[in-house]
Structures are given as structure tokens and as C-alpha cells.
Design a protein around this ligand. Structure first.
Ligand SMILES: [Zn+2]
Length: 347
């Protein structure tokens, strides 16, 4: 008997992370399984790395590559809905050959197996959603993934909103009424996209480095982080906040309140079953995470009674979320193909 499995491949800036999903819905790799991505060396080298790592991962999972019937691939954007990377390049794909590169097609061609593409935020959102509701549910959820930037995804009635150009669920660039956040009078939160007041400009590692930390250090020049290079300092904010540093905790409060304002907008658009948070920012102690979730709630404007009960969840197995979400998308592709085979052709 042959076992049919699908693979999830999560390509990040420096590493590829893998998982496999079998027909019973079990992930064959529970923890993080990584292989160097070498994306800096360009697409040719990187695609080879992906395939080499996939074989090692299959070995690790006790599976055969020949059993893989579909692959889900996710990468950081910007990219089209079908996995054509931006012609203008991006932070994670700096080699010039990446510009306009069709990474989905390239991997599909080399593996000779169907490959489906998602951006990394949407993939993580997909896993967050399924971990709560299962893969057959028609629930609606909004996921915000707080990392270097702010990614995420919107899932309505069980489907990821990809959009016409693949920019569906670009939650980081939704502007929020940030003037409602206390304690940041005078701050003009500039976003990398050129606009002011995007969620990412107030809730991400980039927000800390570019906007929040400089703003608060100006008022507290005696803070130890003031002596450090700003990029190095920004990476220490979470650790210091966990340990009770007032200024750093204040930065996390502002991020949480920004997320609260954003979730309030989403609640009124989608009336979701759940709000979901993930990403490096909340890979932290349970106490700090609980405090952060409480602060998100506190940052929301007053809610109607029906809205107050919408839960805020944290994505489980956060570092494997992208690979798991990509595998789920591959499973969906397999199911849709089987479904279409059974349907008679429309006249
Ligand atoms: Zn923006």
C-alpha cells in the first residue's frame, strides 16, 4: 500500500523549514526541521537547497519523496498570488536573478510534482485557523503575525483571502487611527511603504527600530539602550520588556494597542469567530504573552456585547506555522483535484 502525503515548504530569508501531512491529517514532523536556504546565492542554488532539504526531511519523517503527491510552498513577499516574486526585488531575495522569478513554477518543474503557493503570512494564518477550527470548518478568522514586518491573513468560511494580485491579507499596511493610542503624542509612525500609520509602522520589529524605540529613547536618554546601535537595541526590547523594563514594556503596550485598534476594524468588517496572534514578538513567557493579549483587548475601542466575546488566540507551534499552513494548502489542492475528477464536464 502506498501512503500519499503532501509536503509543506516554508522558505525564509536564511532557512527552509519542512513538514509533511499524511492522509489522516497527521503532521509527520512535529518540531522544526530546517535546511539552509542560501537565497542570497540566487534562485538556482536556492531551489537546489529546497529539494536537497526536502529529501533530508522525508528521511527524517520516515517518508518517501515518491509518496509526495503535492507540495505547498510559502515565502516572504512581495509576490503574486501564483508565486512570481516582485520584479523590484525584496528584503529576503536580494540576488538580482530573483526579480520577477516564478518560484512556484521552478520548484514544480524540478520536482515534477504539483506545487501550490502562499505568502508566508497567509500560510501561518492558515495553520492558526486550522489548529483552532480544523480543516473542514467554515469559520472566519483574522491572523496577525508580528515579526520583522507584520504579515497575516484573513480566512473567511475556511478559505484564505488571496485577492486579485496576491495582496489579500496584507494586514501590515492597513492604516489604523493611531492617534487614539495613549502616550505617543508627537510620534509620526512612518511605514517602509512610504505611508504614515500602517499597522506595521506601530506593531513589528521594524516599528520598534524605526519609530517606537527612537521616540521613547528621546524622552529617556539615560536608558541603557540609548548607548547601543538602534538595530541591536531594537532586538533587545522584548527580552527587557519580559523582565519588567518600563520603557520596553511601554513599547509593547503601544504595539498591543495598535493591534487592538486594527482588530476592532476587522471585527466590524468580518465579525470573525476568532482573532489570532503569532510571530516572534509573542514567542515569550506565558505571563508576558497573557499580559500582551490583555493589552490588545484594552487597546480596542468599546465593543458591542456580541463582539466582546470574540476570542484572541495565540498560534501554537509558531515556528512551524508557515510549513504547516503550506502543507494544508497542498492537501486542499489534492482534494480539489479529486473533486474535479469526479465531476462530469459542464456542457
Ligand atoms: Zn505601510
Amino acid at each position: 500500500m502506498t501512503m500519499r502525503i503532501v509536503a509543506g515548504v516554508d522558505l525564509g530569508g536564511t532557512a527552509v523549514n519542512y513538514t509533511f501531512l499524511d492522509e489522516s491529517g497527521q503532521f509527520l514532523i512535529k518540531e522544526l526541521f530546517e535546511h539552509p536556504a542560501r537565497s542570497i546565492d540566487g534562485p538556482e542554488v536556492c531551489i537546489n537547497q529546497i529539494i536537497q532539504g526536502l529529501a533530508l526531511a522525508a528521511d527524517h519523517a520516515g517518508a518517501q519523496l515518491t509518496d509526495v503527491v503535492a507540495v505547498g510552498l510559502d515565502t516572504p513577499g512581495p509576490a503574486s498570488a501564483n508565486g512570481v516574486l516582485s520584479s523590484k526585488g525584496s528584503t529576503n531575495f536580494v540576488h538580482s536573478n530573483w526579480a520577477g522569478f516564478d518560484i512556484r513554477e521552478a520548484l514544480e518543474h524540478q520536482l515534477d510534482t504539483p506545487v501550490v503557493y502562499l505568502n508566508d503570512g497567509n500560510a501561518a494564518a492558515s495553520w492558526g485557523h486550522v489548529s483552532l477550527f480544523g480543516s473542514q470548518s467554515h469559520a472566519t478568522s483574522i491572523s496577525a503575525i508580528i515579526g520583522t514586518g507584520l504579515g497575516g491573513g484573513v480566512i473567511t468560511s475556511g478559505d484564505v483571502v488571496v485577492g486579485r494580485h496576491g495582496f489579500g491579507g496584507e494586514l501590515g499596511h492597513v492604516t489604523i487611527p493611531f492617534h487614539h493610542i495613549e502616550g505617543i503624542d508627537g510620534l509620526e509612525p512612518r511605514c517602509n511603504c512610504g505611508r504614515v500609520g500602517c499597522l506595521e509602522s506601530l506593531c513589528s520589529l521594524t516599528a520598534i527600530r524605526k519609530n517606537l524605540l527612537p521616540f521613547f529613547l528621546k524622552q529617556h536618554a539615560d536608558h541603557p539602550l540609548a548607548k547601543e546601535e538602534i538595530g541591536t537595541a531594537a532586538k533587545q526590547v522584548r527580552g527587557l520588556a519580559e523582565n519588567g523594563d518600563t520603557l520596553c514594556k511601554e513599547i509593547f503596550r503601544v504595539q498591543a494597542h495598535a493591534l487592538g485598534l486594527f482588530f476592532d476594524e476587522m471585527i466590524n468588517v468580518f465579525d470573525p469567530d476568532a482573532l489570532i496572534v503569532g510571530g516572534g514578538a509573542i514567542e515569550t513567557t506565558n505571563d508576558f504573552r497573557d499580559w500582551f493579549i490583555d493589552q490588545i483587548r484594552l487597546g480596542m475601542p468599546p465593543q458591542r456585547d456580541e463582539q466582546k466575546s470574540i476570542p484572541i488566540h495565540v498560534i501554537p507551534n509558531g515556528d512551524t506555522a508557515g510549513a504547516r499552513g503550506a502543507a494544508l494548502e497542498a492537501a486542499k489542492l489534492v482534494r480539489s483535484k479529486e473533486h474535479s475528477v469526479r465531476q462530469p464536464d459542464q456542457e
